[in-house]
Design a protein around this ligand. Sequence first.
Ligand code: C2O
Ligand code: CU
Ligand code: CU
Length: 482
Amino acid sequence: MQPISRRGILLLGGLGVTATAVGGAGLLWGSSVRTPPGPRFAEPTELASKAGRLRVRLTAAGGRVRLGDRDASALTFNGGIPGPTLRLKAGDRLSVRLRNELQDPTNLHVHGLHVSPEGSGDNPFVMVEPGDAFDYEYELPADHPPGVYWYHPHHHGTVADQVAGGLFGAIIVEDPEPIEAARERLLLISDVSLDGSGQIADVSPMARMLGREGDLVLVNGRLTPRLAARPGERERWRVVNACVSRYLRLRLDGARLQLIGIDSGRFSSPRDVDEVLLAPGNRADLLVTTTAGTASLRAAPYDRGDAGGMMGGGSPGTLSGAVLLATLAVEGEAVPALPEVSAQPAPRDLRSAPVTARRELTFAMGMGAGMGGGMMSFTINGREFDAGRVDTTAAEGSVEEWTLVNDSPMDHPVHLHVWPMQLIEVNGREVEAVPRQDVVNVPARSRVRVRIAFDRFTGRSVYHCHILDHEDNGMMGVIEVR
Ligand code: C2O
Ligand code: CU
Ligand code: CU
């Protein structure tokens, strides 16, 4: 434990950016790491809209796949891990026929998209039974923010198992004005543990409390893939943290790293960064400018807290450990530099908006009376999730300020569907103007203030901890906008 460096991360953590001054982690990285002979980098199949329309069929089913260097029995959309990438433009209409060939109920959520939560839209209350199908229809507003989003099942109680099993894929909403780059890459990062026969390993009750982390950390289903580029090239990287509980404190040693934005939010111009912290569910939109040699994409260790003695006898920690994710071999003739990226449009700054309601949401872990005792309860304002109850009612068109209070000894990445959050304050300290995010990390024993514009849509949806084991354990609430 390094309390000072941890604090440094926390202060900036909500922003998703940390400065070099954080230190400490530097010691872990030798400067002469040999490039491992990983597999070639590969991306999922891409399905792109044409003339404002994309129709896809997604079949969720068990199957044999290659995961990292193992043959595995896992869960797939259309036979792959990740599922196909859906490429859209603002204003498009997306139709998805979801077919459930799993043993359990499932459904589909389009994480981060600003679309209606009602009916056959992004409705987390839909349930698709095994053998059944459901037709989803999503209409992206004409001014939908560009960026990287993702889809995954959202059937309460099995979300963590289904996402860890392999059910996730990316959604890209293209830029109205393209950002110039030699190439674009998508990196969906997931983690899973397999047993000796290649089945998804059983998850202990303890791991379900703390939030499971898998021992294979994969990029598009591959273990430490190798990318290649020429010196001086600028690449666009879109990174999705699709892990159930693992935090990714991303570092790219040996190349220039710039952050365009997090989730649906954008900075007015790309920022040079040493690190980007992605909580589960977060995405980073990055520019990578190469120099000759080998660059390594790594996750530095991140301490997300512990059970604070609540599990009786000792309190196991939850360290998202250091991992090498991918390598980038840069060689050949250098290419001339591309012009700077032009200024990105900024959304309305909610700090100056009139606030119509203020709420406090307290995320807590306690000893549960239920579940045979000895298990923790995961609550928001003292209550576990109940799909039949509305916890929060907001008026369409209003701006609310929410104080997210984390009373527990672990971090909770708080996620709200449909309406993005603007981070205002972390532990009483105002943050610089930042883009909107749909997952905001609330560090252990901290308070985070956000503002939300409940624009455009009405209906029922949810907010929850995006450590999906915590969500399945009840740390989720229902919001109705009307
Ligand atoms: Cu990515 Cu409600 O989830
Ligand atoms: Cu979501
Ligand atoms: Cu949590």
